[in-house]
Design a protein around this ligand. Structure first.
Ligand code: PAF
Length: 284
């Protein structure tokens, strides 16, 4: 695996492969890699000739009171894991390489509509930061495809929309959520949880499963189902931000006629904010 920190060397390194018409894929990450990330790398490995991963803790997507300074960093272990998973190039830029000296003057990409609500409400500016860095990485790597985890489902739809809206010729691939044996979706931020909180956190997925099963069995009072899931999570000591049954394409509140659904959940647990979702299709 070749490690590069400059955009110019990344471009040079990829140029020969592009000229040879090799298929290049990109897996953007913020590091502290777990099995969920490695699943993305393996999917990219399977579907392309050249796999590029990036590790960049993107300051632009963190709010002023968020965990930018404390975001877990495990670079040496990440490099070993990426080598083992078959990554060809690791792009590891410094903040200045990406944003120059003034991030305040950075041109932003804003993806309207899909970023309204949910994480867009509780993390103002977050999706502008994500869309901007992803767009910049797309321009630097010029991949044929890019792989993203479906745990961040609103992010996934945002990137799909930005790719479509800006006519980028990149196939956006979503990779299924990786969970621990209790059902908790893997996330770098799970390392903030105490043992007690780790024992509570799988309740989110249990509720997602319970509500999706009830909808699949014919219950259609979506708003009541949402309310009772929120009550259950609260009673267990979690602080749910949202638990919403939505149309899986546009994240609008699900209506009776929708059949591709997603249930989005976000919950605070002490300093940690956990998100998860479940997607399913109703029989016609
Ligand atoms: O999902 C993430 O880890 C980040 O939001 C991403 C896509 C790497 C952009 O910084």
């Amino acid at each position: 695996m070749i490690i590069l920190s400059k955009v110019s060397s990344l471009r040079d390194a990829l140029e020969t492969h592009r000229v040879s018409k090799l298929n290049i894929s990109l897996v953007p990450t913020m590091g502290n890699l777990h099995q969920g990330h490695l699943k993305l790398v393996r999917a990219a490995r399977k579907n392309s000739d050249i796999v590029v991963c990036s590790i960049f803790v993107n300051p632009l997507q963190f709010g002023p009171n968020e965990d930018l300074e404390n975001y877990p960093k495990t670079l040496e272990a990440d490099e070993d894991k990426l080598r083992e998973a078959g990554c060809d190039f690791l792009f590891l830029p410094e903040v200045e390489e990406i944003y120059g000296t003034s991030m305040e003057e950075q041109t932003l990409i804003r993806v309207p509509g899909i970023t309204d609500g949910f994480c867009g409400t509780s993390r103002p500016g977050h999706f502008d930061g994500v869309a901007t860095i992803v767009c910049k990485l797309f321009n630097m790597v010029q991949p044929n495809s890019a792989f993203f985890g479906l745990k961040d489902y609103q992010q996934f739809l945002t990137i799909k929309k930005l790719t479509r809206d800006l006519s980028l010729d990149i196939s956006i691939e979503g990779v299924e959520i990786e969970r621990n044996s209790e059902g908790l979706a893997l996330s770098s931020r799970n390392s903030y949880l105490t043992a007690e909180e780790l024992a509570l956190a799988p309740l989110i997925y249990e509720n997602l499963m319970e509500v999706s099963n009830r909808v699949l069995q014919g219950e259609r009072d979506f708003r009541d189902l949402e309310k009772s899931a929120i009550e259950i999570l609260k009673a267990a000591g979690l602080h749910p931000e949202y638990f919403s049954i939505c149309n899986a394409e546009n994240l609008k509140a699900a209506q009776q006629e929708d059949n591709h659904l997603v249930i989005l959940a976000a919950t605070k647990l002490s300093i940690c904010r956990l998100i998860d979702n479940i997607r399913f299709t109703l029989p016609q």
